[in-house]
Design a protein around this ligand. Sequence first.
Ligand code: LLP
Length: 421
Amino acid sequence: MDHFDYRDGAMHVEQVPLDTIADAVGTPVYVYSTATLTRHVTVFRDALGQIDNPLIAFAVKANPNAAVLATLAKLGLGADVVSGGELLRAVAAGIPANRIVFSGVGKTQDEMRLALDHGIFQFNLESEPEAEMLSAVALSMGKRAPVAYRINPDVDAGTHAKISTGKSENKFGIPYDRAIASYAAARDLPGLDVQGVAVHIGSQLTDLAPLEAAFVKVGVLVKALRAQGHDIRTADLGGGLGVPYDPAEPIPPSPAAYGAMVTRVTQGWNLRLLFEPGRVIVGNAGALLSRVIRVKQGASQPFVIVDAAMNDLLRPSLYDAWHDIRAVKPSGTRAAANVVGPVCETGDTFAMGRDLDVVQAGDLVAFMTAGAYGATMANTYNSRALTPEVLVSGNQWAVVRPRLPLETLIAGDSVPDWVNS
Ligand code: LLP
């Protein structure tokens, strides 16, 4: 459920008409709803109501905007970070270090040092060489790093190949069959305090079965590790729960169903559970607002050329992702159209043959469910400005990232003297 609704023939986010934001800030622009964020946090937390003291660490990569993070921090969420930049953003937003988990296959020494300095809750290690490096870095600082190994359970998440992470051929985690040996080696590393097991098999999962299969494997491993004398106190079950994008598709499992499955599977584990939800918290809380530049006749259907492009919302071109596209002021007449951006690639296509309200030049459209992996993946391809962001709460709204002038973008480059000599 979200707080983007039609009132008096125009889409509003909470109490603010979207055209007010478009007129004031220009388009394209991301718009987020605080009420939706809050609701999703509550729903997710309630779903884990039977679990003692879970740590819900929001996957910052899904939406790292400072205002979004501060909103989530106020609601008590922790953070799952994958870079020094994300760590600094989480800390700056007020997320306490003891609620921060550091994931990722390529942590550098500098990033390890930064995270150790802040005293984060847990490093999720993804390889033995990484464990050795972290141990050395921690020792050099006179510290012990709290760690879990992320295991690769070799489970097919049944999602898009580019966002599947739990198959043995994927780069993530340590092979399940080697886990006992890897943990034994980690125990001998004096800079590490081995406290947990972690898993994350992919994103936009629409079936609980692969998640359950992965969690069952974690449970088996926890038992085996304890039998070997490891003091396992945490299990990080990752993120991955899908959200509805296409109303014609079956609705993904609810957080409540997910929570019930987790509660059942983890019964008796006797440790602290960690979660790393991203999309399910922010996905439906954001839309990308865009204006139609012109409508061009196509071979069979019209091309609706909007001022948002693949650089603003990469998901359709990268993963063939489906985003609902709604007219902000629906005309009431519907017809099939191709919705494209101005970037010079055929991949800059949001939808082909989409049934849509008929729109004209100057009309506003909203790309729905764009709060996760939207602005965070935006770039400046074709020398387009980075997409600005707006946060709404009730009848208030604020620009939480401005549209920087193109001059700023260009001024970032410099030309060595010898080029012009
Ligand atoms: N934890 C780890 C270790 C992750 O790698 C991810 C996402 C998450 C948690 C959060 O997963 P979520 O709950 O959001 O599914 N750009 C892609 C999604 C990439 C996800 C990467 N990892 C997209 O636009 O669909």
